[in-house]
Design a protein around this ligand. Structure first.
Ligand code: CDP
Ligand code: CDP
Length: 224
C-alpha cells in the first residue's frame, strides 16, 4: 500500500501554489491546507477592529482569542473566522496589501506554525505558504518551491480579480506583488526562501495540469 506523505509547497504570490496544491491533494486523497488564508484571516480581523498592524503584542493577543478554521468545499477551501465565513472578504485589496506586515511578526508566526503543525498531524497533507518547507514541515517528504515571472503572476492575479469583481490594473498588480515578494523575502522571521532540499518548479510556461502532474509524479516516487 502507498504510504501517506507530507508535501510542502512554497513560493511567491501567483505562482500557482494553491490551485495546484488543491488538485494534488484531491488526486491523492490528502488534506489541503492554505496557510496564507490563515494570515489573511487575522489581518482581516485586525483591520476590522482597528488594531495597529505594527503592534505585535496586540495582534498576538487578538490571534490567541480567535478561531480560524479551514473547511474543504466543492468551490475550494472555505475559511471561517470565529464561526463566520470570511472566504471572500480575506481576498480584498485592503487585506492583500496589509497581510505581509502582520505576517512579519514573530509572535504571530509562532502561533500560526504551531496551529499548522497540528492540522498536518492527521496524515497525508499538501500545505502551501511561504515557510512550510523551512519551518512548518521541515520533515516533509516532498518540498517544492514554485515560482513564475512577476509579469505572469500579475497577469494571473488580474484575471482572478476580474472574476471576483475586484478592481485592479496590471501596473498596480506588478507593483503590489513585487512589494509583497520583497517584504516576505526580506523579513527577519522565517522569510520566504527556497529550502535547500526543495525542488524548484517554474510555472511561467506550464499549464495548471502540467504543474500538477509533475508534483504528482514526484509525490508518487516518494510514496512507493
Ligand atoms: O495567495 P497569495 O499568494 O496572494 O498569498 P497567500 O498565500 O494568501 O499569503 C498571503 C500572505 O501571507 C503572504 O504574502 C505572506 O505575507 C503571508 N504568509 C506567510 O507569511 N507565511 C505563510 N506560510 C503563508 C502566507
Ligand atoms: O497560491 P498562489 O498565489 O501561488 O497562486 P494561485 O492562486 O494558485 O494561482 C493564481 C492564478 O493563476 C489562479 O487563477 C490559477 O488558476 C492561475 N494559474 C495559471 O493560470 N497557470 C498556472 N500554471 C498556475 C496558476
Amino acid at each position: 500500500m502507498n504510504k501517506t506523505i507530507q508535501i510542502a509547497i512554497d513560493g511567491p504570490a501567483g505562482a500557482g501554489k494553491s490551485t495546484i496544491a488543491k488538485i494534488v491533494a484531491e488526486q491523492l486523497g490528502f488534506t489541503y491546507i492554505d496557510t496564507g488564508a490563515m494570515y489573511r484571516a487575522i489581518t482581516y480581523k485586525a483591520l476590522q477592529q482597528n488594531v495597529s498592524l505594527a503592534d505585535e503584542a496586540a495582534l498576538a493577543e487578538l490571534l490567541k482569542l480567535s478561531t480560524i478554521e479551514l473547511q474543504p468545499s466543492e468551490n475550494g477551501q472555505l475559511v471561517f473566522l470565529d464561526g463566520e465565513n470570511v472566504s471572500d472578504v480575506i481576498r480584498t485589496n485592503d487585506v492583500t496589501s496589509s497581510v505581509s506586515q502582520v505576517a512579519a511578526h514573530g509572535a504571530i508566526r509562532e502561533q500560526m506554525v504551531s496551529a499548522q503543525q497540528q492540522l498536518a498531524a492527521a496524515g497525508g497533507v499538501v500545505m502551501d505558504g511561504r515557510d512550510i518547507a523551512t519551518h512548518v514541515l521541515p520533515q516533509a517528504e516532498l518540498k517544492v518551491f514554485m515560482s513564475a515571472t512577476v509579469e505572469e503572476r500579475a497577469r494571473r492575479r488580474f484575471i482572478d480579480n476580474e472574476k471576483r469583481g475586484i478592481d485592479s490594473t496590471m501596473e498596480s498588480l506588478i507593483e503590489d506583488i513585487a512589494l509583497r515578494d520583497k517584504l516576505d523575502s526580506e523579513r527577519e522571521v522565517s522569510p520566504l526562501v527556497q529550502a535547500d532540499d526543495a525542488i524548484y518548479l517554474d510555472t511561467t510556461t506550464l499549464t495548471i495540469d502540467e504543474a500538477a502532474l509533475e508534483i504528482l509524479r514526484l509525490a508518487k516516487e516518494r510514496m512507493n
